[in-house]
Each structure stands twice: as C-alpha cells, then as structure tokens.
Design a protein around this ligand. Structure first.
Ligand code: HEC
Length: 206
C-alpha cells in the first residue's frame, strides 16, 4: 500500500513539474496569450494533480522514519516545497519571471533532494528493517535466555524452536500463556505477535 502511494506521489509530482515547466517557459518567453490559454485548459487537471500531490505527500510524511541521520535532507526538501508554492502563486499572478523561475528551481531542487534521500535510505527498506530489528531484539531480550538466539539452546527443558511444529497462532499462544515450565511472557499483544512471527519465519525450520 505504501509503495503504491509512493508511486502515485512520483507520478503526480512528475505531472505537476511538467505543467510547471511549460508555464514557466511560456512566461519567460513572453508568450502571455498562450500561457493564459494553457492555464485555463489545464486548470481542472492541475487542481486534481495538486490535491493528489498534497494528499500523497502528507500521507507519506506520516510514514517516514524520522530520527535518522538524513532527516535534514527531508526538512530542506519540505521547506523548499513550502516556500515554492507562495512564490509560484505570486510569480504567476504578477507575471514576475524571476519569481516564477525561482519557484521552479525550488520545486525541481526539492524533487532532486527527495531522490538523494531515497537513494540513501529507501522508505520501504527502512520500515522492514526496523520491524525486523524490533522482532529480533524482542526475541533476544525475552526468549534467548532459555531458547538461545538460534532457538536450539534448550536451557531448563526449553524446546528447540528450530524444530517446533507449532504454527504462528500456537506459538503466540505459548508466548502469552506459557506452557509447562515456560512462564507466560509479559509482552503485550502486539509484541507477542511480532515475536511469534519472528519465531515462525526466522527460527522455525532453520
Ligand atoms: C524461562 C525459560 C524460557 C523463556 C524465557 C522462554 N521459554 Fe519458551 N519454552 C521454555 C520451556 C521450558 C518450554 C517447554 C514447555 C513444555 O513443552 O513443557 C518452552 C516452549 C516454547 C514453545 C513451544 C515449542 C513446541 O514446539 O512445543 C515455544 C513456541 C516457545 N517456548 C517460545 C518462546 C518464546 C517466543 C519466548 C520469548 C517470548 C520464550 N519461549 C521464552 C522456556 C522458556
């Protein structure tokens, strides 16, 4: 779902930039009549595109893993977009070439920055990496003392988890309620699910 929105965001941003480039070229080359006609024709699609631009942008913003060392790139990017919008509105309203060119520069630059950011830290990759690290660390803190990091330790009669026949749901049940000598864990439901998933995909059968 997130990657779908990301692709939609790229698509609308590209269309948005295209409209912008055409408008700016028309303004800079004094084709004001043509610019007027083009702006009129493109009004509705442009409104839809801008709205989608904003909505997908805000949605993706809520999914971003803030707290990384490349955050500053994001903040610069967001500031550039935020500044470019009023600059563009004034630039085109007043047919001010310098402002129109500046806003195009800002918005293209922010697109470039986004590319740099994603090259350094792919959103999807970061999300899955974070989830995987979470699961691993929860397992290692709560389970490895008896089961070992690979599930095979077998301390105090602990079952070999790499050889377990239990499915995901049954594993979660053991985690929450305990079994025989294994005490019920104090993990909350979400964490129990994450660890159960980790055991059944990373330890069971390995
Ligand atoms: C205090 C030691 C201890 C800790 C900590 C512990 N276990 Fe266990 N675990 C056991 C013992 C002992 C058994 C065997 C229970 C039995 O079958 O009587 C067991 C059994 C299991 C089983 C059942 C395996 C099977 O095939 O029947 C699963 C799954 C399991 N543990 C997962 C976990 C997970 C996940 C954690 C961490 C959240 C965890 N355990 C923490 C001791 C522990």
């Amino acid at each position: 779902m997130n990657t779908g929105i990301l692709h939609l965001h790229y698509l609308v941003v590209t269309l948005f930039l295209l409209i912008y480039v055409i408008k700016t070229i028309l303004l800079l080359s004094n084709k004001n009549d043509l610019l007027g006609k083009f702006s009129k024709k493109i009004k509705v699609p442009e409104m839809i595109i801008s709205t989608l631009f904003l909505l997908t942008g805000v949605f993706l913003l809520t999914k971003l893993p803030f707290g990384g060392k490349y955050d500053y790139l994001l903040w610069i990017k967001l500031s550039m977009v935020a500044i470019s919008i009023p600059v563009a509105i004034i630039g085109f309203k007043k047919s001010n070439k310098a402002l129109a060119a500046l806003s195009l520069l800002l918005i293209t630059g922010s697109f470039g920055l986004a590319e740099v950011y994603h090259k350094r830290k792919g959103i999807a990759k970061v999300n899955t990496e974070m989830a995987a690290n979470d699961a691993k660390s929860i397992y290692e803190t709560n389970c490895a003392s008896c089961h070992g990091t690979d599930g095979k330790l077998g301390l105090a009669g602990a079952k070999d988890l790499s050889a377990t026949l239990l499915d995901n749901a049954a594993i979660k049940d053991v985690i929450k309620n305990g079994k025989g000598l294994m005490p019920a864990s104090q993990l909350d439901d979400e964490k129990a699910s994450i660890v159960a998933e980790y055991v059944s995909t990373q330890i069971k059968g390995h």
